[in-house]
Design a protein around this ligand. Structure first.
Ligand SMILES: NC(=O)c1ccc[n+]([C@@H]2O[C@H](COP(=O)([O-])OP(=O)(O)OC[C@H]3O[C@@H](n4cnc5c(N)ncnc54)[C@H](OP(=O)(O)O)[C@@H]3O)[C@@H](O)[C@H]2O)c1
Length: 287
């Protein structure tokens, strides 16, 4: 019999691709969402459960009759007064408790590339504390550490719209970003094949210079890239850490730290960033 799967974070970028891929493979799917009006995001799910992951009492029974839990829940752009510890760690721990009580077979959690080695960053401190809790629990785990999503590579595209891209250092650090659709497939493949942990990226490795060129080309702009000295990056992190809250500096600290090293994950998928950029430019041009 096909497994029953609970997707938490189903309303998010990756969550929505996961739900589509699970349904394409004929799984029974329950989604955990926060608001009634989020139901319209889904065409063919089997069950909805509406609750805040940060409210343990509201979660009671969410994992009943479920074989696999997948959680992509984490603060990305949400600005709700909660910290990474409240959501990424405690929220997911609340969900894990339900999964344990209801005898779930496997819990898959989406962290991020190098999360285990960058625990000093606010965003990873909470995510990796949850990874530790999950690994120490009696449930089978599947940890996914994705590279940057195509959706996040939109930052290069936004910068390129003005005709110039600013990079720190020489721009020769490398990464292989991944489309949500490709990542969703790997997540489910890894559950089906009992893969306990994997760092996952897209099919093409780019230097930051190449990403900038791709973004400028998508706007049909001449290639203009400015390379800023690395001390500006380090100074910006220090200023933000010193004068703003973790909600403000967390994502920027992550982005600026990721910009100063290679981020190369296992190569997966078929979607090409150049096609994604072309489509995004067309969407923006039409609207
Ligand atoms: N974007 C990247 O490049 C990247 C790369 C590597 C790893 N990741 C990680 O992958 C995960 C998924 O990323 P994504 O881009 O799909 O994120 P996303 O689109 O922001 O989705 C996050 C999900 O978490 C839920 N969520 C956030 N705060 C919540 C709260 N307080 N209570 C309950 N649910 C909450 C959101 O629900 P609502 O829709 O109701 O807000 C949404 O369903 C994140 O943990 C992210 O850090 C992202």
């Amino acid at each position: 019999m096909k497994k029953k799967v609970l997707v938490a974070g189903a309303s998010g970028y990756l969550g929505q691709y996961l739900v589509k891929e699970l349904k394409r493979r004929n799984y029974w799917v329950r989604v955990l969402i926060r608001r009634e009006n989020q139901k319209t995001l889904f065409k063919a799910v089997d069950d909805f459960y509406i609750a805040e992951i940060t409210d343990p009492t509201a979660l009671k029974g969410v994992a009943q009759d479920i074989d696999w839990v997948i959680s992509t829940v984490g603060i990305t752009r949400q600005k709700e007064g909660m910290t990474y510890m409240d959501v990424d760690y405690q929220g997911n721990t609340n969900l894990l408790k339900e999964a344990l009580e209801d005898g779930v077979q496997t819990f898959q959690y989406i962290s991020a590339i190098h999360g285990d080695t960058l625990r000093h960053l606010k965003i990873f401190e909470a995510k990796e504390k949850f990874v530790d809790t999950l690994k120490a629990s009696k449930i089978q785990h599947s940890i996914i550490r994705p590279n940057g999503f195509f959706s996040d590579m939109g930052d290069f595209l936004k910068m390129a719209q003005s005709g110039r891209v600013y990079l720190f250092g020489r721009g020769d650090y490398k990464l292989n970003p991944i489309h949500g659709k490709d990542l969703a497939k790997v997540c489910i493949d890894n559950l089906e094949n009992d893969v306990p942990e994997e760092t996952v990226g897209g099919p093409d490795i780019f230097t930051h210079n190449q990403l900038a060129e791709l973004a400028l080309s998508a706007w049909r702009k001449p290639i203009k890239i400015s390379h800023l000295p690395d001390w500006i990056r380090r100074f910006t992190i220090w200023v933000l850490r010193t004068f703003t809250s973790s909600k403000t500096y967390g994502p920027i600290e992550f982005f600026l730290t990721a910009m100063a090293s290679d981020n190369i994950a296992n190569l997966h998928g078929t979607h090409r960033l150049a096609d994604y950029y072309e489509t995004e430019v067309q969407k923006i041009s039409i609207s």
